[in-house]
Design a binder for this molecule. Structure first.
Ligand SMILES: Cc1cc2nc3c(=O)[nH]c(=O)nc-3n(C[C@H](O)[C@H](O)[C@H](O)COP(=O)(O)O)c2cc1C
Length: 368
């Protein structure tokens, strides 16, 4: 059964109706987080950006006001010493009774990394990430003080008294470069991908699994695959397509006014994941059943940007196509953040779950 991920927003600002320089709206944040709990989501990602809010404090707030949802803290290794991160994550894990996941971002843009003092090249950033994950796991597991003599980190006699509830915090890695596949495949519990067509998604999954096998991991221990979409949902397919074009117009207008996620003058993205999305977008607007790419081009593929357009049935069927490929974490995040999260929770999540339950019942009948 797949599990569903949303993204957390600290206030009512959206890409379609941006509220410039908006502060945290704690009532909104709490309402949003509780809605995810009420509508059956399993996780929420608290993203990281050099100019934005601290994911740990946002994550702690979410955990304090919810019962079930797991909080995925996005973390760039350059922003926190690994022993500090190990304790911060374990602290939040204890506070939330074991509901924390860490999502690592090696860093896809040199300019963005430089804003917070990180001048390593991307392959070095991935090498540092590898060392970082190993340190975190050692810090969570080790009952004795230990030294570290690595390439990026050196320390003596670190002793940790803050343990995650189940011994470790699940580690997720996102990216689409060779280094991402190697490090995520060999070390991660979860591997995060953006929404690509079925064929390309399958190719990426095969790469990740090959790296996992090469690292000597058992097939049962391969990373769980997370795929990300921006569904544009309406009562019928026809209405959803009308909504999709309205969404695209607004994204384009806001970007022209300088209110988009990226300026119109932005350079092509440096991270492999965004480059792949733009290459696919250049091949045509629609892929497979309902995977729609103009939202990718309109935003210079900044972050998750591939739409799935249609009725709840079409979106559910499209998600099931990815579940059939082996994805078992599905991220759905809309453009009208809170209302879309509720709509997916009412109409899409139950459909996907029901279809899979029916499949399981059919399978058990044919075995009987
Ligand atoms: C599911 C998912 C979530 C991501 N979340 C973030 C985020 O919160 N902040 C961020 O800067 N990058 C985020 N990224 C971007 C990548 O992690 C980043 O571009 C990567 O470090 C380098 O990508 P590459 O290997 O594709 O070149 C996310 C990527 C994926 C797939």
């Amino acid at each position: 059964m797949p599990q569903f991920i949303s993204v957390t927003f600290p206030n009512a600002s959206t890409e379609l109706a941006p509220i410039i320089n908006s502060a945290i709206d704690s009532e909104y944040l709490v309402r949003y987080a509780r809605s995810l709990d009420d509508y059956g989501y399993n996780y929420t990602l608290v993203p990281y950006d050099s100019s934005s809010y601290d994911p740990f404090t946002i994550g702690a707030t979410i955990a304090a006001v919810t019962k079930y949802i797991k909080v995925i803290i996005a973390l760039r290794p350059n922003t926190m010493y690994p022993t500090v991160a190990a304790k911060a994550l374990a602290t939040l894990d204890q506070l939330s009774s074991g509901r924390v996941v860490v999502h690592f971002i090696a860093g896809g843009s040199d300019a963005e990394q430089a804003k917070e003092g990180d001048f390593l090249q991307k392959d070095q950033r991935y090498a540092r990430l590898e060392e970082y994950i190993r340190i975190l796991r050692r810090a969570w597991e080790s009952s004795e003080p230990f030294d570290w003599e690595g390439h990026y980190y050196q320390f003596k006699q670190f002793s940790n008294k803050v343990r995650p509830v189940k011994g470790k915090v699940p580690v997720s890695v996102g990216g689409s470069s060779d280094e991402a596949y190697r490090i995520g495949g060999s070390l991660a519990d979860i591997f995060g991908l953006w929404g690509e067509p079925l064929k390309e998604t399958k190719e990426q999954i095969d790469r990740i699994y090959a790296e996992s096998d090469k690292a000597g991991r058992l097939k049962s221990d391969r990373p769980r695959i997370w795929v990300t979409f921006r569904p544009i949902l309406a009562e019928t397919d026809e209405l959803a397509w009308a909504k999709a074009y309205q969404t695209l117009n607004l994204l384009t207008e806001n970007r022209a006014k300088g209110q988009g996620k990226v300026l119109t003058s932005a350079l092509p993205p440096q991270n492999a994941g965004s480059q792949r999305l733009l290459d696919i977008a250049a091949r045509g607007e629609i892929q497979d059943r309902a995977l729609w790419y103009p939202t990718v081009t309109a935003t210079n593929a900044r972050g998750a940007s591939t739409a799935l357009v249609g009725s709840a049935q079409t979106i559910s069927d499209s998600i099931l196509d990815y579940v059939n490929l082996g994805a078992d974490l599905i991220s759905v995040r809309g453009y009208d953040n809170l209302n879309d999260a509720i709509d997916y929770g009412r109409f899409v999540l139950p459909k996907v779950r029901q279809a899979l339950q029916e499949r399981e019942i059919d399978a058990s009948h044919s075995l009987a």
